[in-house]
Design a binder for this molecule. Structure first.
Ligand code: GAR
Length: 193
């Protein structure tokens, strides 16, 4: 089975990207990272560079609109012949141009048990709501924010003395395995089609 070609988009730290890359290197995940793109000159791109992966900072300020910016991303992902687009800490809302270019082929990871706590600061939202468990969700990206069909979820406890930071860290540990599991599941599904 040919490895699934991933196009990874992120905006910052890139720990999910690095976890995926590690699972590929350890042969836990039959995929290859075809390109890494960021809307910020991020740590993620530095890591991608160190790993010898094709990477690029695409500056949104160079484009007249969100749609023109998304077209630029799409053209790079298509040129890299990606099978699956993986949003990993990508903090921008993607336009329909982007979504329609890869129908049901864009994944996102979100640090809550969706459909709870969509949008920004989901870990703080969980603390404010007083829930006893939260977690992370890998889901397909649709035009409605954080609302597409869920692929996999993993829960973690919320502890009485948690802060946004401590809860985020507990969830992030689970994100680092969940995302690769979800990609693996999808790779198998795509292969059997
Ligand atoms: C992760 O916790 C991810 O779930 C979250 O941003 C963090 C990125 O970390 N994504 C969102 O909140 C998207 N709505 P990373 O850059 O270290 O992977």
């Amino acid at each position: 089975m040919a490895p699934l070609r991933l196009g990874i988009l992120g905006s910052g730290r890139g720990s999910n990207f690095l976890a995926i890359s590690k699972h590929i290197q350890e042969a836990d995940l039959n995929a290859e990272i075809a390109i890494v793109l960021s809307d910020k000159p991020s740590v993620m791109l530095e890591k991608a560079h160190e790993l010898g992966l094709k990477n690029e900072f695409v500056d949104p300020k160079r484009f007249a609109s969100r749609e023109r910016f998304d077209e630029a991303l799409v053209s790079r992902l298509l040129a890299a012949k990606v099978d699956l687009v993986v949003l990993a800490g990508y903090m921008r809302i993607v336009s329909d141009i982007f979504i329609n270019a890869f129908p049901r082929h864009i994944l996102n990871i979100h640090p809550s048990l969706l459909p709870l706590f969509k949008g920004l600061h989901p870990q703080q939202q969980a603390l404010d709501a007083g829930v006893k468990e939260s977690g992370c969700s890998v889901h397909w990206v649709t035009s409605e924010l954080d609302s597409g069909p869920i692929v996999l979820q993993k829960s973690v406890p919320v502890l009485p003395d948690d802060t946004e930071q401590s809860l985020s860290a507990r969830i992030l540990v689970e994100e680092h395995t969940l995302y690769s599991q979800a990609i693996s599941l999808i790779a198998k599904e795509m292969e059997s089609r």
